[in-house]
Design a protein around this ligand. Structure first.
Ligand code: PHE
Length: 340
C-alpha cells in the first residue's frame, strides 16, 4: 500500500507540471481527487491493510491527500491570476511598442491644402487618372503640335478599337473640364490627385506625382482675386507674412498666365543654394481661364471669366520642409515618415 501511495504521489507530481489550463486542472482533479479518483480508491482499500500497518499507512494516505489538494489549490489560483507554471511571461513588464501607421505625408498635405481652400468656399473634385486626349489636351486649348503631347512626355494607353485616344493624365487640369462640363457657374473647386509624366526619375522629378488644381468661374472674376486667393493660400500653408510674387508665364489654357514664387523659406529671401541665389522658389502655375477653354465646355466667354491654378504637392512639401530629394516620398522609410 505504501508503495502504491508513493507511486501515485510521484505520478501526481509529474502531471501537476503539465497543468496549463482549466481543462488539464479538472482532469487532474478527477483523476486524483474525484469521487472515483485514485485517492478515493486508496481509502477504499484501507480496510484490507493489516492492522499492524494501519497507523503508518493511514498517515501516508492523509499526507498524500493533503499534498494533492495543495497542488490543486495552488494551480487553481495560478490560473486565476494568469501566472500558470510554464508561462514565464512577466505581466508587470511594460508592453512592447510597435510602429503605428499614419496617413502618408502626401495625403496629409492633400487634406491640408484642400481644407485651406474649403474654408473659402471651394469644393473638392477627384477627377480621373485615365483620361482621353480631349480632356487632357484639346479642351485645354493645347494644339496638336504641342510638345507635351509627345510620346516622350505622355503615357499613352493602348486604345486600339476605342473611339478615343486614352492616356494617363499629365496634370490635374482635365478635372477643370469635367467640372465645367457638368456644372454651371459659379464654380469653385479644387482637384487633388496623381498625375503621370514620361520623365526620367531624378532628385527633382518622378514619373508619378501629385498635383492640386484650382478653378474659379463666375461673372467678373478678376486677376486680382486670383492673386488674393493664392496669397491667402501661401500664408495659410507656409506661414503668415511670407512674401510672394507673380511672374509672367505661359500655359495654353490660361491667358494671361503666371507663375507664383514664394520667398525662399531657407534663406528668407537672402539667396542660397536651394533658391539658386534668387531668394525665390516657384510653387505653382496659374492664370485667367482662356476663352477657348470656355468655348470647349460650352460656356459663353463673354459672360463668364475665371481663374485656374495648379501646383505640385511633392514640390510644395519639399519647399515647406526642406526635403532635398523627391524620391524620399516613395521609399517608405519609417525614419522619414515618422517625422510627419
Ligand atoms: N497644369 C499646369 C501644370 O501642370 C499648371 C496650371 C494649372 C497652370 C492651372 C495654370 C493653370 O504645369
Amino acid at each position: 500500500m505504501i508503495e502504491k501511495i508513493e507511486s501515485i504521489k510521484s505520478e501526481a507530481l509529474n502531471e501537476a507540471a503539465l497543468i496549463k489550463n482549466v481543462d488539464t486542472l479538472e482532469q487532474f482533479r478527477i483523476k486524483f481527487l474525484g469521487r472515483k479518483g485514485l485517492v478515493h480508491e486508496l481509502f477504499e482499500g484501507f480496510k484490507d491493510v493489516p492492522p499492524q500497518e494501519k497507523g503508518r499507512t493511514g498517515k501516508a494516505l492523509n499526507e498524500l491527500k493533503q499534498v494533492l489538494q495543495e497542488i490543486f489549490d495552488s494551480k487553481k489560483s495560478e490560473l486565476e491570476t494568469g501566472s500558470a507554471a510554464g508561462d514565464d511571461t512577466d505581466h508587470t513588464l511594460p508592453g512592447r511598442t510597435f510602429n503605428k501607421g499614419t496617413r502618408h505625408l502626401i495625403h496629409q498635405a492633400i487634406d491640408e491644402i484642400t481644407s485651406i481652400f474649403a474654408k473659402i468656399g471651394f469644393d473638392i473634385y477627384e477627377g480621373y487618372e485615365l483620361e482621353d486626349e480631349f480632356h487632357n489636351f484639346d479642351a485645354l486649348n493645347t494644339p496638336d503640335y504641342h510638345p507635351s503631347r509627345d510620346m516622350q512626355d505622355t503615357f499613352y494607353v493602348d486604345s486600339a478599337g476605342k473611339d478615343k485616344k486614352y492616356l494617363l493624365r499629365t496634370h490635374t487640369s482635365p478635372g477643370q473640364v469635367h467640372v465645367m462640363q457638368s456644372n454651371k457657374p459659379p464654380i469653385r473647386v479644387v482637384v487633388p490627385g496623381k498625375v503621370y509624366r514620361n520623365e526620367e526619375v531624378s532628385s527633382r522629378s518622378l514619373a508619378v506625382f501629385h498635383q492640386v488644381e484650382g478653378l474659379y468661374v463666375d461673372k467678373d472674376v478678376s486677376f486680382r482675386e486670383l492673386k488674393g486667393t493664392l496669397d491667402y493660400f501661401a500664408w495659410e500653408f507656409f506661414g503668415k507674412g511670407l512674401k510672394t510674387r507673380l511672374r509672367p508665364s505661359f500655359f495654353p489654357f490660361t491667358e494671361p498666365s503666371a507663375e507664383m514664387d514664394v520667398e525662399c523659406i531657407l534663406c528668407k529671401g537672402e539667396g542660397c543654394r536651394v533658391c539658386k541665389h534668387t531668394g525665390w522658389l516657384e510653387i505653382l502655375g496659374c492664370g485667367m481661364v482662356d476663352p477657348n477653354v470656355f468655348k470647349a465646355v460650352g460656356y459663353d466667354p463673354e459672360e463668364y471669366t475665371g481663374f485656374a491654378f495648379g501646383m505640385g504637392i511633392e514640390r510644395t512639401l519639399m519647399i515647406k520642409h526642406g526635403i532635398p530629394d523627391i524620391r524620399i516620398f516613395y521609399e517608405n522609410d519609417i525614419r522619414f515618415l515618422k517625422q510627419f
